[in-house]
Design a protein around this ligand. Structure first.
Ligand SMILES: NC(=O)c1ccc[n+]([C@@H]2O[C@H](COP(=O)([O-])OP(=O)(O)OC[C@H]3O[C@@H](n4cnc5c(N)ncnc54)[C@H](OP(=O)(O)O)[C@@H]3O)[C@@H](O)[C@H]2O)c1
Length: 284
């Protein structure tokens, strides 16, 4: 009986620590100070120099979320969208963004469009179903590597690439092997910093109809609730993580940002009080 009681006690301590580590809500003071320091970092980054960035794939789901957060938090003096088509925004701030249209099959004709940026975010992507096997490799490898190369020639310091959880260059699957090869080639290009993000299933109400993804997201909702970092990534968390990872001082070189770290970084900017952002903006 005493043995059983001891085991129950040990088990409850383990469970309580696990719960505290993963799910206990931080106090209001903790959240406030975390937000304050995150926003201080963004402010310092913005004030340190006139930094500029470009976004590839700004019309996709992760690209749209990133643009929204960049416009909201304003770490950069200049944000340029580089894509295959122009977007007509309703929002006045988004309307002001510089948009450059390029032909991804002839990127060599667009050297000037990639010149002089500090930071580049790549959110390009497609599916095999939509583009076929060759089209998938073209977008997920050739366009990404081609654009990264031009950006490097143009003096870019920090390249961010949205990849995916579980990719592996040696995989027999087209998805994993193509993305794995792209991750490696971009990481070897010698940017001062390269950040390759490997999120789980992106939790977003996708504009485009992808029934299989919609079913997967639905099935994964309880998992996302119980174990948020296991296999899912809210789209806003990914966008915020990319911004926090830009403004945080990190060692030079290439890094893989796994899903746990994406959540850690992204959550630093979650639950931001709109009033705090408003005050923050007026201080800039
Ligand atoms: N879906 C997921 O759950 C998931 C999970 C983990 C990782 N990822 C990865 O995350 C990345 C971003 O995913 P996402 O869902 O945000 O992408 P998305 O919504 O499919 O958007 C893709 C972007 O790439 C552009 N693009 C596609 N084909 C192109 C082409 N032939 N030429 C030029 N531009 C092209 C699109 O432009 P248009 O708007 O003009 O088409 C769009 O801006 C992808 O690499 C994806 O593999 C996705």
């Amino acid at each position: 009986m005493r043995l059983i009681l001891s085991w129950i006690r040990i088990l409850s301590v383990v469970l309580a620590s696990w719960w505290n580590a993963n799910y206990q809500n931080p106090s209001t003071e903790d959240v406030a100070s975390l937000l304050h320091s995150s926003m201080d970092l963004i402010k310092q980054y913005r004030q340190a120099a006139d930094k500029s960035c470009f976004i590839l794939g700004a019309t996709g789901e992760s690209g749209k979320a990133l643009v929204k957060e960049l416009v909201r938090l304003k770490p950069f003096h200049k944000v340029v969208l580089i894509g295959r088509r122009r977007v007509d925004y309703d929002n006045a701030e988004l309307k002001q963004l510089d948009q450059r249209i390029v032909d991804f099959d002839h990127l060599e004709n667009h050297r000037a469009d990639f010149q002089g940026f500090d930071v580049g975010y790549c959110c390009l992507g497609t599916t095999r179903g939509k583009s076929g096997a060759d089209g998938f490799v073209k977008v997920e490898h050739d366009y990404v590597v081609g654009a990264a190369r031009l950006a490097k020639e143009g003096g870019l310091q920090h390249f961010h690439l949205v990849s995916s959880m579980g990719v592996n260059e040696n995989s027999f699957l087209l998805y994993g092997s193509t993305k794995g090869r792209t991750d490696r080639e971009v990481s070897e290009m010698g940017f001062e910093r390269t950040s390759v993000y490997r999120p789980g299933v992106l939790m977003v109400n996708r504009e485009e109809s992808r029934p299989l993804e919609a079913i997967t997201r639905c099935v994964l909702k309880p998992v996302a609730y119980l174990a948020p970092t296991l296999i899912t990534t809210p789209i806003e968390t990914l966008a915020r993580a990319m911004i926090m990872n830009t403004v945080l001082e990190q060692p030079a070189g290439a890094e893989i940002v796994d899903n746990k770290r994406i959540h850690l970084l992204g959550n630093m900017l979650n639950n931001v009080d709109p009033h705090a952002i408003k005050d923050f903006k007026t201080e800039l």
